[in-house]
Write a new protein. Sequence first.
Length: 408
Amino acid sequence: MLDIAEELDRWVEQGRDFAVATVVAVGGSAPRRPGAALAVDADGTAIGSVSGGCVEGAVYELCRQALEDGESVLERFGYSDDDAFAVGLTCGGIIDILVTPVRVGDRVRPVIAAGLKAAASGGATALARIVTGPADLVGRALIVRPHGSDDSGSCKSASYDSGFHGGGSYDSGYYEGGFGAHPELDRTVAAEAGAFLDAGRTGTLEIGEQGSRCGAPLTVLVESSVPPPRMIVFGAIDFASALVRVGKFLNYRVTVCDARPVFATEARFPEADEIVVEWPHRYLERTEVDARTVLCVLTHDAKFDVPLLRLALRLPVAYVGAMGSRRTHLDRNARLREVGVTELELARLRSPIGLDLGARTPEETALSIAAEIVADRRGGTGVPLTGAHTAIHHDATSLPTGRIGSVA
């Protein structure tokens, strides 16, 4: 649902009733990931997608029905061997979809509205909803935010109908809303959802109705919305300009850093979110990075590369790649060893940067680098899918029969 937060936030502001269908779990070659959503308002307007077209019509009708009867429903769609054109996924996958009405006066609306508002404004937030369990709990929600995500740093509770808790705190942040069941359930789910949020994950968890971590009478979907990950491009060269454009296309927040002010200019990099004129290693020492950050070193100049990579390879970032010929790579590795970089640290370095696409132009090279970043992030092999027997989608687990699975 949070993938269409901006549009849904506008619907809330306009006072519209709507129902939202959210992918809970996937199996096989399903086209959309958990968290993908389709929403339908009372006038029949639809936004978003849950399957890329395979089951949209059936899900649309489920949303219309939920708007009428006010009931949440969990529905499974899968491939039909008898009729590939029937309602189902002709790609051979399985998806479980939770349909939730969000009408004015519904007890879940203030919680979902707060989550949509936070996500639409770019803040970090996680929305947890009960998917399976007692009928009166299915669709109930709470949201989790880190401490310091509002002006006061404390819990801001909305007004909820009877049966909802105003909110509370957990170890790493605070939550709003609640399930109206055992109080410990709220705290336990909030803590688990906080861990999902820290990792930027969307998926499911199973938990006891009273918050116990053993047994599995409840399944909870946790959707995380976090600010875009960072891509830092070192070296203001023509290849960097192409990489900035590709990085923005992949929804990275892109910074270009170069010590040479004549090259690091807005005119040369109009699509960059930030341009920094500073020695690369000094900038990396002071800027904030995390486990989703990718570092692309395009300078291929030892005086920049060696101090920069010595630091970069010791940071908990997602990807470190460096441009250069194979000869440059060997020379650079020797220089890095001389300044104390270990073999284990060197093993993290993607150099020469990018996948073997036969790239020559800056745009082709940027595509090669981006392809390696995506493959590294998703666990792909980088080999052609034609003739391969590997899974097309690498970040979803199979669904066991009769129950919801989880996804990283």
